[in-house]
Write a protein that binds this ligand. Structure first.
Ligand SMILES: Nc1ncnc2c1ncn2[C@@H]1O[C@H](COP(=O)(O)OP(=O)(O)OP(=O)(O)O)[C@@H](O)[C@H]1O
Ligand SMILES: [Mg+2]
Length: 227
């Protein structure tokens, strides 16, 4: 077991699967099979696994898009989602309007402008508020989706192969951004990151493998062995 486990006294949130199974409607086979695991501390948690092993399905169960067929999911985190392709989640024509979609509308105009500035600064997009989305690179779009999660005060990001479409420079920028966010002790932040890029695992605080609908124990990246 890992040092990343926390005691109940200083727990910030609970995200736990207890004997969770899931099958798609009209399919007899379970995609997730009697799966139990927990994440109870800030940090960068990574999951690897073969195509079709159930990784994306697991994220959809965590964020409530899907309900388990059997078992229980306890989740008290404020969950946000970052997809592989940012074009699948960005809706508005420029950075400011995209961030506005995600902000608490009860704030006044000055507060909103201030929060937008801070969110863009945090993801390395300082001064991008008026930039049309179509002028952003893939990596910049991905960082904008992260800014949207930050401005809506998510503290737990589900990231489904967020660097798969990025070149190695943008891959590193996104990875380092998330690593910095998950290291910030003042604002505890957790990311659950799915990847096929094994070179990313070294950034993780904990790594697990999805295999046949089941998640392995969390391991330190240096001890992790892909089956
Ligand atoms: N909407 C759906 N309806 C029916 N079956 C689905 C649906 N989405 C996924 N599946 C099936 O569920 C299984 C697990 O898929 P999932 O997308 O979770 O795998 P994955 O580990 O994320 O794979 P990849 O690495 O290719 O992204 C696969 O057999 C897939 O065909
Ligand atoms: Mg997937």
């Amino acid at each position: 077991m890992l040092g990343i486990e926390k005691t109940s006294q200083n727990k910030e949130f609970e995200m736990a699967f207890k004997n969770v199974s899931f099958s798609w409607p009209e399919k007899r086979e379970y995609v997730i099979k009697n799966c139990s695991f927990s994440i109870n501390k800030e940090g960068l948690w990574m999951i690897v696994g073969k195509n079709g092993s159930g990784k994306s399905t697991l994220l959809k169960l965590i964020n409530g898009i899907l309900n388990p067929t059997n078992g229980v999911i306890n989740n008290s985190a404020n969950v946000g989602m970052v997809f592989q392709n940012p074009d699948h989640q960005i809706l508005m024509p420029n950075c400011r309007s995209e961030l506005l979609l995600n902000i608490n509308q009860k704030l006044n105009r000055n507060e909103i402008t201030h929060k937008i500035k801070i969110a863009l600064n945090k993801v390395g997009l300082t001064g991008f508020d008026k930039r049309p989305i179509h002028t952003l690179s893939g990596g910049q779009k991905q960082r904008l989706t992260i800014a949207c999660c930050l401005i809506s005060e998510k503290n737990f990001l589900l990231m489904d192969e967020p660097t798969a479409l990025l070149d190695s420079y943008s891959q590193l920028k996104v990875l380092e951004l998330i690593k910095d966010l998950t290291r910030n002790k003042k604002n505890p932040f957790t990311a659950l990151w799915i990847t096929h890029r094994l070179e990313e695992l070294i950034y993780a605080d904990a790594v697990a493998e999805m295999s046949n609908g089941n998640l392995s124990d969390w391991q330190k990246p240096l001890n992790f062995q892909y089956k």
